[in-house]
Design a protein around this ligand. Sequence first.
Ligand SMILES: NC(=O)c1ccc[n+]([C@@H]2O[C@H](COP(=O)([O-])OP(=O)(O)OC[C@H]3O[C@@H](n4cnc5c(N)ncnc54)[C@H](OP(=O)(O)O)[C@@H]3O)[C@@H](O)[C@H]2O)c1
Length: 206
Amino acid sequence: MRIGILGTGNVARAVATGLSRAGHDVVLGSRTPDERKDLDHTVVGLAEAASHGDLLVNATPGAGSVPLLHRIGADALAGKVLLDIAIGFREDWTLDHPVASLGELIQEEFPRTHVVKSLCTMDSTAMTAPEALEGASNVFLSGEGPAAKAAVGRLLVDLGWPESSHLDLGGIRTARGQEHYALLFIAIATSTGDFGFNIKVVRPRT
Ligand SMILES: NC(=O)c1ccc[n+]([C@@H]2O[C@H](COP(=O)([O-])OP(=O)(O)OC[C@H]3O[C@@H](n4cnc5c(N)ncnc54)[C@H](OP(=O)(O)O)[C@@H]3O)[C@@H](O)[C@H]2O)c1
């Protein structure tokens, strides 16, 4: 599949490595592609990355994602699935979208794009290496369209997340749960000194 990843940071590069390894045709989209030629991946401009991808990944800072997507343009994003990994999380441990979510905001601003929130509940090191974790854990999905969620689900499998690890939370409104979990994630990481963990939903014994 042709995939355009918006951003060239930790998440973008980790996901690009994982998806390339699985055989996908991946490019990274940068604001300044000429300054990012040192990376192991093909780096192009944002508009070119958007047109390359049948599926797009948002791996940009959450506070700047909506303006950046507007810069690409609603027409260029129309009809595409957008896997949104971004969170508006500030250095002072507060959220940019404390009573909603970036995922919902993107879906509202770009109604012709199919936004699916996933992978944002873990560190970039775990996103593409679930097998390196001690035991099975969960990855969550939030979004409106079953086809879009299925497409993202297939990518998750390609990244090493078996279907049994996927937990579909429902519509894009549930993205706020995934994003707001960042507050607990950072508290656990700071308390344990380890960012590479993930969580598993454990049900009551029957
Ligand atoms: N790091 C993690 O483990 C992790 C985990 C869960 C969720 N997230 C979320 O995933 C997103 C990406 O995280 P990251 O750690 O990869 O961030 P990062 O290393 O800072 O990379 C973000 C990339 O986005 C691009 N960008 C576009 N607009 C930007 C702007 N206004 N300011 C700065 N960079 C901008 C930059 O690429 P160009 O300069 O080439 O344009 C930059 O390399 C964030 O929303 C973060 O909250 C991260």
